[in-house]
Write a new protein. Structure first.
Length: 343
């Protein structure tokens, strides 16, 4: 500090309680979860009075913190890989049939949790033949379709999360079960289940009751990170087949465990360096699809070829032809299975 500068503290005479009401409203609308809203309301009577005047606005704002990221994610999947007409959006006012009732698992849920369920978008089955793999939102994971009557059979999410290793010093503990919603259910072995804690706004992804398979972060960040991860083909969805973890396969091809390095399930969403994952369309064209004779489908080369097919069919530009790409992938998978001799 120079000799000309004055380091005398500047007196601050404005109390938090003296701020204009308009500023309190803005503060409430910047809070990222219901837990913070309640904590602020309990600070003093004046803040509680302000809240009561804008309670409906705050409730909608808190609901949208979860509803909008999920909707954006499903709309991305709709363009990226879902069969057409599989995403169903709620009518104005939400799904009217989603109400707590005896034995439906919803009677224990909080008003905010129920409001979120009523306003979520869902993936649904138009036909009995709808393939589970085609509707996956992550590895062996199907979204629960609450838009269908009597679809909810949950109610013990907090117990499941506790048994899956989410409670402890290494992870933010989930709230009581009344705040938690099951967004997706894993199936067939190490499928992934996704739970949303409506009290904290955090998302928990559980790999077949083995604990976290992704960082425990806010819904806004979780679903935007999922979109980023799929855009760079960290994971590759395959029609009628299991998801291939392409990025993990590249990592493990170098056998890093020989030096004590292992793939961390939570590293799927870490910062991405494109230089570590180059793509050369001409080289892929010259190389051609992976032969894989006597080799089971699902290897790194298969995932790289599927990525190539996406780019070949215009992804992610205006010329993107999803139907042609998915057909090309199915044809490729069929040829690979024939060459591998394994179905």
């Amino acid at each position: 500090m120079s000799e000309d500068e004055d380091d005398t503290p500047i007196p601050w005479y404005v109390s938090l309680m003296d701020l204009p009401t308009e500023l309190y409203v803005k503060i409430f609308l910047t809070l990222f979860n219901q837990q913070s809203v309640v904590a602020l309301r309990l600070t003093c009577r004046k803040l509680e009075d302000v809240y009561q005047r804008i309670a409906e606005t705050v409730r909608v704002d808190q609901r949208e913190h979860i509803v909008v990221p999920v909707r954006n994610f499903l709309e991305f999947l709709d363009r990226f890989k879902l069969p057409n007409d599989r995403v169903r959006h709620p009518p104005p006012g939400g799904w009217p049939h989603i109400q707590p009732g005896p034995g439906n698992g919803l009677e224990s849920k909080t008003p905010l949790a129920l409001d979120i369920l009523r306003h979520l978008s869902y993936i649904y089955d138009l036909e009995p033949q709808f393939d589970y793999y085609d509707g996956c939102i992550t590895h062996r994971s199907t979204m629960v379709d609450y838009s269908e009557t009597d679809s909810y059979q949950g109610g013990q999410e907090d117990m499941w999360l506790d048994e899956s290793g989410f409670v402890g010093d290494d992870h933010p503990p989930p709230s009581e079960g009344r705040h938690i919603l099951t967004l997706a259910e894993g199936w067939e072995g190490p499928g992934h289940s996704i739970y949303i804690d409506t009290w904290t706004g955090l998302v928990y992804e559980d790999e077949a009751e083995c604990g976290p398979s992704a960082p425990i972060i806010l819904a806004q960040d979780f679903f935007s990170d999922r979109i980023k991860s799929l855009k760079r083909f960290d994971e590759v969805f395959v029609p009628g087949e299991h998801t291939i973890y392409r990025r993990q396969a590249h990592y493990e091809r170098e056998q890093p465990w020989q030096n004590g390095h292992y793939w961390d399930r939570e590293e799927r969403y870490v910062e991405y360096d494109p230089d570590d994952d180059p793509y050369d369309a001409e080289a892929m064209e010259r190389q051609g699809e992976h032969d894989g004779t006597n080799q089971e489908f699902g290897c790194m080369e298969d995932a790289d070829w599927i990525r190539y097919l996406y780019f070949k069919h215009g992804w992610p530009g205006e010329d993107w032809d999803k139907e042609a790409c998915l057909k090309a992938i199915r044809d490729f998978v069929h040829r690979r299975h024939q060459r591998s001799g394994r179905w």
